[in-house]
Design a protein around this ligand. Structure first.
Ligand code: HEC
Length: 211
């Protein structure tokens, strides 16, 4: 039975062995890290890997990394027409959102333009959302609600085109893709303003604050 001192020495040696292997052996031997052979637990504060988990693969990262910026950055290749979107919408969206986007179990998707400043504002994609690219992002990640992320990029472009058509924002013959979608100017694009309260500004005051 080794003493605890001997165990600690063994652990230190195995760490050096792993560290020099990572340094010298390159990619092939660097991953995955081995668990501590002493079984006594290693890593944590010392910075040596715990031997659990695995690096995320590029494919796994890509499946999470699907956000689209308002200006259209990161939109995938592909395209879809209003007519193709009509088919998808009827089959996979209308049951919850209504044949004409009037709403049902799901939100109302069309109409409400010009109501935001009234006593009864109706917020829809068409009346409220400032960027058409957000529609693509939202549908791609979350809809249809019963099968999120099941649509191809072409299908998302198509059904986005159809929702914009329902709102009178694109014509019936519109075909949308990575360059045409960001070029759409949404009716409420300029309807948002910054928060004027000084305490919400993202500037840390470090001295002589309020002077
Ligand atoms: C099973 C019902 C269901 C189906 C099918 C469905 N949706 Fe939805 N959808 C919802 C619900 C519920 C919400 C509200 C979710 C929330 O607010 O968290 C929603 C929200 C949305 C929104 C955001 C509306 C807003 O103003 O906030 C859009 C856009 C949308 N859905 C599009 C679609 C499209 C396009 C399809 C078909 C590909 C689809 N949905 C299929 C239930 C559904």
């Amino acid at each position: 039975m080794p003493t605890s001192d001997a165990l600690a020495a063994l652990r230190i040696i195995s760490r050096f062995a792993l560290a020099s292997c990572v340094a010298l052996c390159g990619q092939a031997l660097a991953a995955p890290p081995l668990a501590d052979p002493s079984g006594a637990g290693s890593g944590g504060p010392s910075g040596v890997p715990l031997g659990i988990g695995q690096p995320a693969s590029p494919a796994q990262i890509a499946s999470w990394d699907i956000d689209v910026a308002p200006d259209g950055r990161s939109l995938p290749p592909g395209s879809g027409s209003v007519a193709q979107g009509l088919d998808i919408y009827r089959g996979q969206c209308a049951g919850c959102h209504g044949e004409h986007g009037q709403g049902g179990v799901g939100e109302k998707l069309a109409g409400g333009q010009g109501t935001l400043a009234t006593a009864a504002p109706v917020k829809t994609v068409g009346s409220y959302w400032p960027y058409a690219t957000t529609l693509f992002d939202y549908i791609r990640r979350a809809m249809p609600m019963n099968a999120p992320q099941s649509l191809s990029a072409d299908q998302v472009y198509a059904v986005s085109a159809y929702v914009l058509y329902l709102n009178g924002i694109v014509p019936q013959d519109a075909v949308l893709g990575a360059t045409t979608l960001p070029a759409i100017r949404m009716p409420n694009r300029d309807g948002f303003s910054g928060d004027p309260r000084p305490d919400v500004l993202d500037q840390a005051c470090m001295s002589a604050c309020g002077k």
